[in-house]
Structure formats: structure tokens, C-alpha cells
Write a protein that binds this ligand. Structure first.
Ligand SMILES: [Zn+2]
Length: 201
């Protein structure tokens, strides 16, 4: 199984930061994605980041990179997780919403199975005061939207929103060594569970 990590946005993306500027989404997503790749690689998994650049690579190009890997390995042997941080407002002020959630494309696809594995890991790894946010209206926990990175890619794909960059408590947690390590670990565990269920290492 080829494991692909996408890190949202780029150094030139406007906004997408905590109101106090301590957390920059493009930078945090890259730190998390790189740490996930390193942890999985150290355990013998085949993982890589599809956007090694700091630039904001266009979504169509990101999807093309993923689909080129699908061409080589077969889409059923590829999985993609796109790493983001959430925001409740414009980024100008601190807001109240907190927690972790994951998104898939609409309808039931292999991405929903990947999201299930990530939700299981998030519920297990995150401290109890950080909510795991769900949408149960369609019978599963993930939220669904036609994001390009989910709909234009042919493999199992899931986008994670790793807490709110405009919630002060979430940002404190994300920037703490324990918080960073937990965000990484929940992805590593979720991905490993998915590979164990649906693929070859
Ligand atoms: Zn984002």
C-alpha cells in the first residue's frame, strides 16, 4: 500500500493562521505530514508527502500527483490523507469551536473506510476534553463535501481537520509537544489500521 500525505495550503496562502500568528496552517500541516511519513517509514511502510514544496501547489496539480501514483500502483493500492487545521471564523479573532473531524467525498467510497479508521484512532488518542466532531446523518461519522483533493483523486482519500487554529485552547494543545505527538500518532495508528484491513504493507 502506497501511503500519500498531502499538507494543505502554502507559504503564500492568505489567512489560514491563528489570530496571534503562532500557528501557520501550511507550516503546521507540513510538520505533521512529514512526521507521519517519518514514523510510518521507520516502521517499514511505504509513505511519502505529495507536496514537498513550501509553495501552495494548485489542487489540480496535487490531484494529478496522486493519480500518477495510482497509475503506477493501482488505485486500490494507494491511500491519501490531506492534513489541515480548522477555523470557525476569518482568523481575525479567537472563536469557540474546538475539536477534530474528518471529511470524505459524498456517498460511500473507500475513503469512508479510511475515515472510519482515522475516527477510531482519534477517539482513542485525543484527550477527553477535545471533541471528536461527527456528522451521523448519513450513517457514518465523517463529514462529506466535494473537495477537489477528495473528488479528483482516484484512491481512498480523506481530509482531516486537526483542531481549530482560531481556538486558543486548541492552538495551545497543537503547539505543545504532547499535542503535536498525539496528532501525528492518531494518523499513524489510523493509517496502519486501514492498511491492516484493506491492503498490503
Ligand atoms: Zn486548510
Amino acid at each position: 500500500m502506497k501511503i500519500l500525505l498531502d499538507n494543505g495550503h502554502g507559504i503564500t496562502t492568505k489567512g489560514k493562521r491563528s489570530p496571534d500568528g503562532r500557528l501557520l496552517e501550511y507550516q503546521y500541516a507540513r510538520r505533521v505530514a512529514n512526521a507521519i511519513v517519518a514514523a510510518l517509514t521507520a516502521q517499514g511502510y511505504d509513505a511519502c508527502a505529495i507536496v514537498p514544496e513550501n509553495a501552495d501547489i494548485a489542487l489540480g496539480e496535487r490531484a494529478n500527483r496522486v493519480n500518477a501514483v495510482c497509475d503506477t500502483y493501482g488505485a486500490s493500492n494507494v491511500m491519501l490523507v490531506s492534513i489541515h487545521c480548522n477555523a470557525a471564523g476569518s482568523g481575525a479573532t479567537w472563536m469557540n469551536a474546538r475539536g477534530w473531524e474528518a471529511w470524505t467525498s459524498k456517498g460511500q467510497t473507500q475513503g469512508d473506510r479510511l475515515a472510519d479508521c482515522l475516527y477510531d484512532a482519534a477517539s482513542k488518542c485525543l484527550p477527553k476534553d477535545i471533541p471528536v466532531r461527527t456528522d451521523l446523518s448519513d450513517g457514518d461519522r465523517d463529514k462529506e463535501e466535494s473537495f477537489t483533493i477528495l473528488t479528483r483523486t482516484r484512491c481512498a482519500a480523506c481530509l482531516t481537520e486537526n483542531l481549530f487554529q482560531d481556538n486558543r485552547a486548541d492552538v495551545d494543545y497543537l503547539l505543545s509537544p504532547e499535542g503535536f505527538e498525539t496528532i501525528v500518532r492518531l494518523h499513524v495508528e489510523g493509517i496502519k489500521n486501514y492498511v491492516a484491513k484493506y491492503g498490503k504493507k
